[in-house]
Design a protein around this ligand. Structure first.
Ligand SMILES: Cc1cc2nc3c(=O)[nH]c(=O)nc-3n(C[C@H](O)[C@H](O)[C@H](O)COP(=O)(O)O)c2cc1C
Length: 196
């Protein structure tokens, strides 16, 4: 059993999403004491954005040369990490109405044709990351999730579905500037119900 822990809050000790991610991890470890945690802190990994070298390498047909292998090395590693994990726990604070740029950079490196998704004969996308469970913690300061200004929850759902991850539990602590106690209680109750 492997659990992939992904944090994207730039905040450390004060981060609400990191705290909830840790709560989920400890509940999962109670359930699966032998689980191995893979720690992927995208806020501090300095992940690169796709560049021309990378695009040429990932869409190259046939054997890759050394330079192309180098260009895909990090993406390959991230893809292997996610494929070998059974459970994903993702911390996703809202930054300027959407997910943090670091999490988007991670998603850009994980979306790989032929590895994490493909197009079927009718041209429809088929996700290749199968049999995973994802817990996604979303935090916001003032924007209610599901409102017209929220570009994170629907985006994360769409992305995870695209790569085949459909068993998703959202733990939401939105509007925490105004309703922290109330929302924290709801989030805790949900966690107790789904991870006892
Ligand atoms: C750079 C930045 C941008 C933010 N943008 C938004 C926003 O667009 N809407 C919102 O409701 N909260 C916004 N916030 C508030 C955070 O979503 C909120 O503080 C949340 O708790 C952050 O997650 P964390 O506590 O895990 O770091 C922003 C915070 C930062 C640091």
């Amino acid at each position: 059993m492997k659990i992939l822990k992904i944090n994207s809050s730039a905040a450390k000790s004060t981060s609400i999403s990191r705290g909830i991610v840790d709560d989920i991890i400890s509940k999962l470890l109670n359930k699966y004491p032998k689980a191995q945690i893979i720690n992927r802190d995208v806020a501090y990994d300095n992940l690169p954005f796709p560049d021309n070298k990378y695009l040429e390498a990932i869409f190259h047909q046939g054997k890759l040369n050394d330079e192309q292998l180098l260009a895909t090395q990090l993406s390959d590693k991230l893809v292997d990490e996610i494929l070998e994990s059974d459970i994903l726990v993702i911390g996703a604070p809202m930054y300027n109405f959407g997910i943090a740029a670091s999490l988007k950079a991670y998603f850009d490196l994980v979306a790989r044709a032929g590895k994490t998704y493909k197009y079927n004969d009718q041209g429809y996308p088929v996700g290749l990351i199968e049999n995973k469970k994802a817990y996604v913690v979303i935090t916001t300061g003032g924007i209610p999730l599901g409102s017209p200004m929220d570009f994170s929850k629907n985006y994360i759902t769409t992305f995870l579905y695209f790569v085949g991850i459909k068993d998703i539990e959202f733990i939401e602590l939105d509007e925490n500037r105004f309703k922290h106690e109330e929302k924290k209680k709801i989030a805790n109750e949900k966690l107790e119900a789904i991870l006892y």
